[in-house]
Design a protein around this ligand. Structure first.
Ligand SMILES: [Zn+2]
Length: 258
């Protein structure tokens, strides 16, 4: 994606993240990190789990780099106002129970927040869609509790199915049904979505927007947009130097595009 017409200074207060004509974004997003689970583990074939000690060190590194972790809604609001410098988006896919028991207390200790993406028909169950080890998911009570603690609760669909393979009707149901279920739990509008497996094409991004979501997170989108936001994977192997490399790589990419 190139933006040849109107180069804008990074985070300029006069350049909101939409082009003047209401078209697509005119500059890439601030850094958004993607996590799944924070827990001790014996085996983790899909590398979705970070140990609590490593997670705390990663947050400490972010803080020492002058970055504060926030949820997507806060990040996007700040970005629109040109206030996103110094913020990094923190996202947690699937809604594992450890988001309530381990992640939220650690984030609060650092003065950080995050967005958690919940699979609504699996609430209180486990990651049955996965061929790796079973991991428990948050209960209704835990979801309500993390929301009260200031975490953003957003949707990861009804059943964690790959949406590009879903029919139009099934896609619409995944988007609308999960949102309604979460709004009943948290008692406020749910404005964010994350595509299961990160998979989204133009049809899925248009459907998420049509379903009323303000933004949607992908993983490595073919065409990044507000409804297909790119994220950077963070795992157990991301110690200080690798974390710094990922932050720098993102900033270089950002600068080269504005
Ligand atoms: Zn997922």
């Amino acid at each position: 994606m190139t933006h040849p017409a109107h180069p804008a200074p990074t985070d300029s207060p006069v350049s909101p993240d939409r082009a003047p004509g209401g078209g697509g974004p005119i500059r890439p997003m601030p850094l958004v990190l993607m996590y799944h689970s924070v827990d001790e583990y014996d085996e983790d074939p899909h590398q979705i789990t970070v140990t609590p000690a490593r997670f705390a060190r990663q947050l400490a590194w972010l803080r020492s780099a002058g970055l504060r972790g926030v949820g997507m809604r806060e990040l996007l609001d700040a970005h629109a106002d040109g206030r996103a410098r110094g913020l990094v988006g923190l996202t947690f896919d699937d809604g594992y129970a450890d988001f309530a028991t381990r992640v939220t207390p650690t984030l609060l200790r650092f003065g950080f927040s995050a967005t958690v993406f919940v699979v609504t028909e699996r609430i209180g169950g486990d990651n049955a869609w996965d061929d790796g080890p079973r991991k428990p998911l948050m209960t209704v009570g835990q979801i309500a509790s993390v929301a009260r603690s200031g975490m953003e609760v957003a949707s990861h669909g009804l059943r964690h199915v790959p949406l590009p393979a879903a029919s139009d009707d099934a896609l619409a149901a995944e988007l609308a049904g999960s949102r309604a279920a979460l709004e009943r739990i948290v008692g406020e509008p749910v404005t964010g979505f994350a595509y299961p497996y990160g998979h989204a094409g133009a049809r899925e991004a248009a459907a998420a927007e049509a379903a009323g979501y303000d933004y949607a997170c992908a993983i490595d989108p073919y065409e990044p947009s507000r409804h297909a936001l790119a994220r950077t994977y963070i795992g157990e192997r991301d110690r200080r130097l690798r974390l710094r490399a990922k932050v720098v790589r993102h900033e270089l990419r950002w600068r080269s595009r504005v």
